[in-house]
Design a protein around this ligand. Structure first.
Ligand code: KG4
Ligand code: ZN
Length: 325
């Protein structure tokens, strides 16, 4: 079965065709990231306008000729951006009389793994994106159990906000990761919030505050001089918490497989630390960790549930497991 996927939740416009949830036939992504770098972050109105400009050219470039169903991200995300993809998907589905499948963007991040190699289930999945940090236990494609998530900032948000304090532009995660390669991760003993909390929740706002307090005390020149070590220490603190809590969940749930997904899963240090564990670790290549429509089409294949187009609505605050998380 070939599924046409459409993703427009934030600043990426994606269209893809995926066969049987695993084989990418086409996958086109246009990003307005450079525009947002100029303003230090995504301005929702600007992102939505870019979505309008990009959606038809991206649809054209994806050479959409034959497919059996349409899948679209319905949330979470920015309302203006989501609506562009949703309305486009409705039109395509109605005009060509194809079933329409609503997809949760966060569940999509997990399914990016199926585009590389089929993981064994059950598995623990860690979704780490710009707006979300969630741990779930995936028993099978129909039963996904919520274990925990962030109580305040997401891991990606912590990368982005601390990067800003260090003077890096948006998005901060890749900038910190680039700089961190040359720094000493032990230079600053930053907090590892909730690392021993005994549950599967996360908190990153205290780490952000700790970095704020350090940078406030530094002059411009001192900050310049300390930036590399600070970047390495920040990355290490975030990665330590994510790895420690995810491994703990896998051990306690008696699961052998761990799936990573979301923009932060592109982080090399995170991948290295997970790879050293005794678990079977899956992570998508960086271009599939970032927002794209192939993961949306893959998720739709494994969780196929079509809905009449009239009933599909954007849900900007959709959580990974609605009603539970
Ligand atoms: O999943 P994603 O592309 O978009 C959302 O759904 O939010 O995630 C974007 C997030 C941003 O916070 C960005 O800074 C972070 O992923 N990110 C990284 C890396 N690449 C992207 N964080 C750490 N290291 C990276 N290499
Ligand atoms: Zn995402």
């Amino acid at each position: 079965m070939k599924i046409l996927g459409i993703e427009s939740s934030c600043d990426e416009t994606g269209v893809a065709i995926v066969e049987d949830g695993a084989t990418i036939i086409s996958n086109v992504v246009a990003s307005s990231e450079e525009l947002h770098a100029k303003t230090g972050g995504v301005i929702p109105e600007v992102a939505a306008r870019e979505q309008i400009k990009c959606i038809i050219p991206v649809l054209d470039e994806a050479s959409v000729d034959s497919f059996d169903a349409v899948a679209v991200t319905v949330g979470p995300g920015l309302i203006g951006s989501l609506l562009i993809g949703i309305e486009t998907a409705k039109v395509v589905s109605f005009a060509l009389n194809k079933p329409l499948v609503p997809v949760n963007h966060l569940i999509g991040h997990i399914y990016a793994n199926w585009l590389i190699k089929t993981p064994n289930l059950p598995a623990i999945a860690l979704v780490v994106s710009g707006g979300h940090t969630d741990l779930v236990l995936m028993h099978n494609h129909k039963l996904i159990e919520y274990l925990g998530g962030t109580r305040d900032d997401a891991a990606g948000e912590c990368f982005d906000k601390t990067a800003r304090l260090l003077g890096f532009s948006y998005p901060g995660g890749p900038a910190i990761a680039r700089e961190a390669q040359f720094g000493n991760p032990k230079a600053y003993n930053l907090p590892r919030p909730m690392i021993d909390s005994g549950d599967y929740d996360f908190s990153f706002s205290g780490l952000k505050t700790a970095v704020f307090n350090i940078t406030q005390k530094l002059s411009r020149d001192e900050l310049e001089f300390r930036r590399t070590d600070l970047a390495a220490s920040i990355e290490e603190a975030i990665v330590d918490v994510l790895v420690s809590k995810t491994l703990k969940a896998a051990k306690e749930m008696g699961v052998k497989t761990i799936l990573l997904g979301g923009g932060v899963a592109a982080n090399k240090r995170l991948r290295e630390k997970f790879t050293k564990s005794e678990f079977s670790i899956y992570f998508p290549p960086p271009f599939l960790c970032a927002d794209n429509a192939a993961k949306i089409a893959a998720a739709a294949y494994f969780q196929f549930q079509s809905v009449p187009w009239q009933e599909i609505k954007a849900n900007p605050s959709l959580s990974v497991i609605p009603g539970v998380s």
